[in-house]
Design a protein around this ligand. Structure first.
Ligand SMILES: CC(C)(COP(=O)(O)OP(=O)(O)OC[C@H]1O[C@@H](n2cnc3c(N)ncnc32)[C@H](O)[C@@H]1OP(=O)(O)O)[C@@H](O)C(=O)NCCC(=O)NCCS
Length: 185
């Protein structure tokens, strides 16, 4: 994870931008008994798989080709999901770098036994890297926020990006320092 993608992947003319709505995606799924944990509610990993699937579809649509999950962070589970609930996983590109995209995901549940509107039960932010046939990062079109909400999400994603990079740099620096001091061999 670097500030800059490798030069070879960055050559060429500017890529035209794509609006957020061009790749926004919703996946919907009814939860079954196969999805439960020992408490009888839906296993967090089942929701994470749906989140990764929806975000991957968005990343593929936006970048126009294969994209791999580089990281998933701030996965929040706000309310339990139950068998019979109709879960909607809504994903959109929040921000784009040169070869990576942050995808924001909201998870909503329509309770099978209530007539209330869908409740938000989770959220997550994932970074996807667009890759070529050799698995090397390739450039992505810049995302063009269309609404004030898209613009806010873009700016918040930039903050998360800065924090991811600085946290990684700090950890790498600590590891190098400890290795130089003869620790962790
Ligand atoms: C993600 C991957 C392609 C990055 O390759 P790399 O050689 O490290 O390339 P780079 O360092 O240039 O990173 C490419 C982009 O991804 C971003 N990135 C890489 N690792 C990241 C991480 N852990 N978190 C957030 N962003 C990350 C970089 O910042 C860069 O973005 P930018 O071009 O927009 O600035 C590579 O690590 C990989 O293939 N990982 C496995 C992915 C996979 O298989 N996922 C499925 C789970 S099994």
């Amino acid at each position: 994870m670097t500030d800059q993608a490798p030069a070879a992947a960055l050559d060429g003319p500017d890529i035209p931008g794509k609006p957020t709505s061009a790749s926004r995606t919703t996946l919907s799924h009814i939860m079954t008994h196969n999805d439960t944990n020992l408490l009888g509610t839906v296993h967090g990993g089942v929701i994470m798989k749906l989140v990764d699937d929806a975000a991957g579809a968005v990343a593929g649509r936006h970048s126009g080709g294969p994209a791999v999950t580089a990281s998933m962070d701030e996965m929040a589970f706000l309310e339990p999901v139950r068998v019979g609930d109709l879960v909607h996983v809504k994903a959109q590109v929040n921000w784009t770098g040169r070869t990576s995209m942050e995808v924001g995901v909201r998870v909503l549940a329509e309770r099978w036994n209530e007539s209330a509107p869908a409740t938000q039960v989770g959220s997550a932010y994932l970074v996807f890297a667009a890759v070529d046939a050799d698995g090397k990062p390739r450039r992505v079109p810049p995302v063009v926020p269309e609404t004030e909400r898209d613009e806010r999400r873009y700016q918040e994603a930039q903050i998360r990006r800065t924090h991811r990079l600085s946290r990684r740099r700090a950890i790498m620096a600590l590891r190098e320092k400890r290795a130089a001091e003869g620790f962790d061999a």
